[in-house]
Ligand binder design. Structure first.
Ligand code: MN
Length: 293
């Protein structure tokens, strides 16, 4: 199943070009804790899922996707855990020494999330801002020190993610946490529809240019290992997002660009780019005294 948020915080179930509004259904069955939000759906998924599968959807409000305003499918995730250098070809293009095995994971600010059709705001007109197309997943069950073999039990579903980044020497959490720097969507596809996350084609375009073309089988830490590793550091809660890292082909984006990331069996996310708010940066982001730590 594919779920998203739309029209001012309503919860939608998507099938082909139709969207069913689940908001009232969930509220009517809610004890107060189960609201219409995606997080409530995720937290209560084991109870809600059989109801949805048995529900006659024709009794619910039904709309056409093109008539609604899609929003980020998970507007304010608890945290966004991200993987640096998790494809060998990206390591080579960035000319860096370590991989995720050396670097660990980093965090992106939850406030950087935007959704389909939204616009990435370039912060600085004198710095390079790049696109990074990535497979991301949403945690469904609390995970603390889980093994790779049990990891996928803790996944709710998958979504496309753009890990937008300025280049330079600041910490990753700074360079990748500007407002609008984490487009996700266009929906969350439940894991049963995706199957093995270790064999998905991923493509990313900027305008007509195909910049990234990869398969998630080439991830250094695949999804299970990522969960094993991240959950050995921090407890993962329902609604947390983990993004798996980007393959080769990152490059600058500019005012007026359209960025698309498409992942097999997951979805196709498109956003715009604006440089109209860009200012000069407080630093050039390069310091010889800092070196390449
Ligand atoms: Mn990335």
């Amino acid at each position: 199943m594919r779920f998203t948020m739309f029209n001012g915080g309503r919860l939608g179930l998507i099938h082909e070009d139709r969207i069913w509004d689940l908001t009232s259904l969930l509220e009517s069955e809610s004890t107060g804790e189960l609201g219409g939000s995606m997080l409530d759906l995720i937290r209560n998924w084991e109870d809600v899922r059989p109801k949805l599968e048995g529900e006659d959807l024709t009794e619910l409000p039904e709309l056409t996707i093109s008539d609604v305003s899609l929003e980020p499918p998970l507007p304010l995730p608890g945290k966004i855990v991200a993987a640096p250098v998790n494809y060998m070809d990206h390591k080579q293009e960035m000319n860096v020494k370590g991989t995720i095995a050396d670097l660990g994971v980093f965090l992106k600010a939850s406030s950087s999330v935007i959704g389909p059709g939204d616009v990435i705001e370039i912060p600085y007109n004198d710095r390079r801002t790049d696109q990074e197309g990535e497979l991301a997943f949403v945690i469904g069950k609390t995970a603390r020190r889980v093994s790779a073999s049990e990891a996928l039990d803790h996944v709710f579903g998958y979504t496309c993610l753009l890990d937008i980044s300025i280049r330079g020497q600041e910490d990753r959490s700074t360079r990748k946490s500007f407002d609008t720097f984490t487009p996700i969507g266009p929906w969350i596809t439940t894991k049963d529809e995706v199957g093995d996350p270790g064999g998905l084609d991923l493509r990313c375009w900027v305008n007509e240019e195909l910049r990234q073309e990869a398969n998630t089988r080439d991830l250094i830490y695949g999804v299970p290992r990522l969960i094993e590793y991240a959950s050995s550091v921090m407890t993962l809660y329902p609604g947390d997002i983990i993004t798996s890292g980007t393959p080769a082909g990152v490059g600058p984006i500019m005012d007026g660009d359209r960025v698309v990331v498409e992942i097999e069996r997951v979805g196709r996310l498109e956003v715009g780019v604006s440089g109209k708010q860009a200012t000069s940066s407080p630093k050039q982001g390069v310091s010889e005294t800092l070196g390449s730590r």
